[in-house]
Design a binder for this molecule. Structure first.
Ligand code: ZN
Length: 345
């Protein structure tokens, strides 16, 4: 009996070791993007930086602070709900929304795209998941908004992951159908093309974006920085917009300002210090609504009162504090990550 018990224990132990081995193998392939809540809270230096970030909050950035200064930083709505133990929200196609005079949001609530109107056609930012979504959701939404998809001259993909197509999957169809040219960060082309699956082909490689690249169509010039972290070639895009005729520039950051290592953090800090602050960038966008702000509610506000103030634009002084806060919160996360042995395990 005793022997059987011992043998049984050995079998169970062996099974556990195999299981632990499998979990470790899985973890080795997965990049750690942020510390755990407990690791973040336990880091005195991270918490000191969080308190530094609080200085910039004032009485008008409280929601943004709550969103930015956590162990994960901003997250996709679906992920954040999952981690909070909340049921997923029902996905739906958002009413196309003219978020600025020259920029529209089109697509589903969890994953959309932006269309920039210029004097010489359209620039599309991101393309939804796949051919079906591009054809059956993106194109009809554009048409509903009075935007002719045949006028898409450029597609800019905010980022891509090897083997995953949530931003890039529709580009192949749009490139073939409308002859649009397709741009993505050079490192992300390099990473994603070898990993594409025949069922979900990516667009043909066309324009490589590098740090400092610009793209001009008609009267509109976008400029770009590479801001790695969420993917190796995630783009930060600087987009000139107007609201009721008043000019402003906003940033689209494709990767939720994730900085899982020093290099990614340094890139973000440089983008903020060299571009966002000196050039007075007044808003931060992502094609996943809800990452940086309650975008779905903000778009409802805009649709209900298109003559009103734009909730996606910060005031000039407020924007400066916003950027400072983002950097300190990201610095806190990378410090906590350093303390647990760095980004990749
Ligand atoms: Zn992504």
């Amino acid at each position: 009996m005793r022997r059987n018990l011992a043998a049984g224990t050995a079998v169970i132990l062996g099974a556990m070791i195999v299981l632990i081995g499998a979990v470790e193998a899985q973890n080795a392939n997965r990049r750690v993007l942020f510390p755990t809540d407990a690791q973040f809270a336990a880091s005195a230096e991270a918490q000191r930086l969080v308190r530094e970030a609080q200085v910039f909050v004032g009485d008008d950035l409280e929601r943004e602070y709550a969103n930015m200064c956590t162990h994960t930083g901003p997250q996709r709505m679906a992920l954040a709900r999952q981690q909070a133990g909340l049921p997923p929200l029902e996905n739906f196609v958002v009413e196309p929304t003219r978020i600025f005079d020259n920029m529209w949001f089109v697509g589903p609530a969890y994953q959309g795209a932006f269309v920039i109107t210029t004097s010489d056609g359209l620039i599309l930012l991101d393309t939804l998941n796949n051919t079906e979504e591009a054809r059956d959701i993106l194109v009809p939404s554009m048409e509903k908004a009075g935007l002719d998809p045949a006028q898409i001259k450029y597609i800019v993909l905010s980022h891509g992951h090897p083997g995953q197509t949530d931003h890039t999957g529709g580009a192949n169809y749009l490139q073939r159908t409308y002859g649009a040219r397709v741009a993505m960060g050079k490192p992300d082309w390099d990473a994603t093309l070898p990993a594409q699956s025949p069922e979900r082909p990516l667009a043909e490689r066309d324009i490589d974006i590098v740090d400092g690249s610009t793209l001009t169509l008609g009267d509109t010039t976008l400029s770009f920085a590479i801001s790695p972290g969420h993917s190796v070639g995630t783009l930060a895009m600087f987009i000139p917009v107007t609201w009721h005729g008043e000019a402003a520039t906003v940033m689209l950051h494709g990767g939720a300002v994730q900085t899982p290592d020093r290099a990614a953090f340094n890139a973000l800090e440089r983008i903020v210090n060299d571009v966002a602050k000196p050039e007075g960038i007044r808003g931060l966008l992502n094609t996943h609504p809800g990452i940086y702000q309650d975008t779905l509610a903000d778009m409802e506000t805009i649709r209900a009162n298109p003559e009103g103030p734009n909730p996606l634009l910060y005031g000039e002084e407020q924007a400066q504090r916003y950027w400072s806060m983002i950097v300190e919160c990201a610095r806190a996360r990378v410090v906590a990550l350093d303390q647990i042995g760095g980004a990749s395990r």
